[in-house]
Design a protein around this ligand. Sequence first.
Ligand SMILES: [Cu+2]
Length: 491
Amino acid sequence: MHFNRRNFMKATGASVFLPAIIGRSWAAEAGAPLPIPEVMDLGNGSMGELTAQLGRHEFLQGQSTQTAGYSQSYLGPLIRMNRGETANVRLDNTIDEPISVHWHGLHIEGYLDGGPHTPVLPNTPREAALDIEQPAATLWYHSHIMERTGAHVWYGLAGMLWIDDPDAPDSGLPETYGEDDLPIVVQDRKFGSNGELVYTPRGPSLMMGYRGDEILVNGAIQPEASVPAGMVRLRILNGSNARIYHFGFEDGRRFYQVGSDGGLLPAPVDMNVLTLSPAERAEIIVDFSDGKDVRLMSGPDNNAMGGMGGGGGGMMGGMMGGSSPASDANGSFEVMRFTVNSGLTPKVTTLADTLAGAAEVEFGEPVRRRSFQLQMRGSMMSGSMKINGVEMKMDVINEQVNIGDTEIWEVSADEMQHPFHVHGTSFKVLSHQGVPTNSANIGLKDVVLVNGKAEILVKFDRMADANAPYMYHCHILEHEDFGMMGQFTVT
Ligand SMILES: [Cu+2]
């Protein structure tokens, strides 16, 4: 397959994903109850079915919006899989273009990974049998088609995936789904005056990544969750195309991070600001025992070329990074609200000092070092973004890795910060900007936000041959779609 970068803009405006007019005539409706996705449990041999489909979804009061989703109008069900089992799922697609289901964070072989080489073609169902052998973790899935990932995810082709480990010791963390264990998928979106989603990455919003001015959680605008007066576990996914969030509570209360991309941390990490770049996940424990309602906020996203206020709002934000939500004087904006419901009995009221069942991966001595330079400099002129001087090409394998080898990958980012994602494994972050990191506080990762330079320790235990190689790429989806991606085999 050959791809012409100049077709990119045309492609993202393809007819099934309707373009819209910028402006607004509707009221954004905040404060609806937090939607809790339906669970698709693939444990104990049960077979699931995931169908990519177009739909209409009501985000805005009295408005129906063209969307896409997996087996529902927008986003997909929360899929649960058990460690030590094979998860079986039938993938189908009723949309008039290829989509895929990339299992982001799963350690599975390349042909099952759901990358650009393994699309689900229209009305051509496929079955996938996924051997789950990795720690309990909060992952996700999304479409991952060459030059179309940004549009597909923007319109809704994404969902959460939780791995459970029936044999892990009890962490004591909250685990009552929808009550004290909540999926939180945070996305920014932009709507036109006709109520339709607007996705028109071009110029600055292509260069900086595409941002929206409405904040959605699980597909609802700034919703409200009703929680018990105890410990509540929030499993947060940044499901946005480009926006980086700096989450914190309006009252400055502290909270505890207990998990990251690859599973639980060895011990809770006390914090009051949590930064998540696109595709990163964090599990946090928030104490609501004081009974006070509180808003979850985010600070502004300042990731832009030259470090100038990209999504920061105002003229610069508009010029440089697209839209920004209505914000206070500091640039902070509301993500969602929590109200404490005294009618709910808290099930967990304490948090242990250390976490049983923390995620672990055995790394050996590194035998090789590779470097990856994420490059956007000159990309407007050349019509593509690059890694190590080359743009993504479907028929070029950029790296070959030996199965089971431990390697150090040195990743550097030019012009702005880039969230670097590696398929097929979880890695450890060794250093950032030349400073060794405390990996116990960071945990196992599959995305690292690179500001300058980072070193990561990687090892792959599953095969990916040249017919279905793994990808590494920037998870700002417009950068990925514009070529900041590469392919590697593991054999
Ligand atoms: Cu990038």
